[in-house]
Design a protein around this ligand. Structure first.
Ligand SMILES: Nc1ncnc2c1ncn2[C@@H]1O[C@H](COP(=O)(O)OP(=O)(O)OP(=O)(O)O)[C@@H](O)[C@H]1O
Ligand SMILES: [Mg+2]
Length: 343
């Protein structure tokens, strides 16, 4: 398999505190995360988990915006930190990021045109102004925007949904192999969410672009992705085919997450069980065992002693829970085996 991007046992520890705010504190945001994204087989994978579970940290590590405290991120087999300038340039071309509201970082005095012109100029995508204009028009149309309604405008003259689609158009101008999208629709209202996600999915189908869709929202994950990785406090709780994981969750944490999704049912009203009060993450770094054990209704003594490995319960499912220990362990903790297609 030709591997585009790979996380190998990646770990990220943040140090905080000390001084007048108390004792220094280590926060293990990501622990032993491994994932391979193939170049040959485009995938649409969701990384889901509650706030603070390490989703954005994983995105930043994969994009080279943060350095791992342990393990490696490899782009086409080379450590991201050791890429030469031409390798870095190729990486910035092939792997694109979409964040929640990137317009925060754009200069409000620049028109939309300028935002799209930058990557065209930087990567020499056009040989004439007319060709540059054509590329911009196509990129906007690909995400369902009308160029005549968007070009020539300033960011504040567009709706949140239009701004987010411009960001997507900008990422796609470069015809990337992979887009890492961190909560790309959480700032837009529900009616637009489906439209934007559908446009991402269409780009995946039409252009064979892989997507890593990062969200806390299992409903949209179910709508758009084929595979899902559920994170809990920086470790993988469960991963596999989205339909299986969401309809028949096996990890007690995934079960809790699914129960907390409100289900509108005209007959019964809202079926919503309250999620247990979240425990503070303080001290989770000292926990040798399962991070979820303090909250888990099925916890056994061994859950507190050692982190459960991933058990491969089905060809395309892995669960990090001792309740599943009759299944074989996933070799090398490599999630990709259960996330790849066609097994
Ligand atoms: N730069 C940083 N310095 C210190 N701690 C950080 C930093 N970035 C993230 N963290 C901590 O790492 C953990 C994971 O954070 P992260 O932003 O990855 O979570 P998330 O899953 O993206 O959450 P959300 O759904 O709220 O966006 C949290 O405990 C967070 O406080
Ligand atoms: Mg985040």
């Amino acid at each position: 398999m030709s591997v585009l991007l790979e996380a190998r046992q990646v770990r990220k520890v943040f140090h905080s505190g000390g001084g007048m705010w108390g004792a220094p504190h280590e926060n293990v945001a990501v622990d032993g995360f491994s994932l391979r994204l193939s170049d040959a087989e485009p995938a649409f994978i969701t990384i889901a988990g509650e706030s603070g579970s390490g989703k954005t940290t994983i995105a930043r590590l994969l994009l080279g915006f943060a350095e791992p405290s342990g393990g490696q991120v490899l782009y086409r087999g080379k450590d991201l930190r050791q890429l030469d300038p031409s390798g870095q340039r190729q990486f910035r071309h092939e792997v694109q990021a979409i964040f929640q509201d990137p317009f925060e970082v754009y200069n409000p005095f620049y028109k939309v045109d300028h935002i799209l012109e930058i990557p065209i100029a930087k990567f020499g995508l056009a040989s004439s102004p007319a060709q540059a204009r054509q590329l911009m028009v196509e990129a906007l149309q690909n995400v369902g925007l009308r160029p005549e309604e968007t070009l020539g405008r300033y960011p504040h003259q567009l709706s949140g949904g239009q701004r987010q689609r411009i960001t997507i158009a900008r990422a796609l101008l470069l015809k990337p192999r992979l887009v890492i999208a961190d909560e790309p629709v959480s700032m837009v209202d529900a009616s637009l969410r489906a439209t934007i996600l559908e446009s991402l999915h269409q780009l995946h189908r039409d252009f064979g672009i892989s997507f890593l869709y990062i969200t806390h929202d299992l409903t949209t994950a179910y709508q758009v992705s084929q595979r899902i990785v559920v994170l809990y406090h920086g470790t993988v709780a469960e991963a596999g085919e989205v339909e299986q994981v969401i309809k028949h969750p096996k990890h007690p944490y995934t079960q809790e997450l699914i129960r907390s999704i409100p289900v509108p049912d005209p007959g019964q009203g809202w079926i919503e069980e309250p999620v247990a009060e979240k425990e503070e993450n303080e001290g989770s770094q000292a926990l040798a065992g399962c991070r979820y054990a303090p909250r888990c209704p099925h916890a056994q003594p061994r859950c507190l002693q050692a982190l459960p490995p991933l058990f491969r319960t089905e060809p395309q499912r892995a669960v990090a829970c001792y309740l599943c220990d009759s299944a074989p362990q996933l070799a090398g903790e490599n999630l990709s085996e259960v996330l790849e297609q066609g097994h």
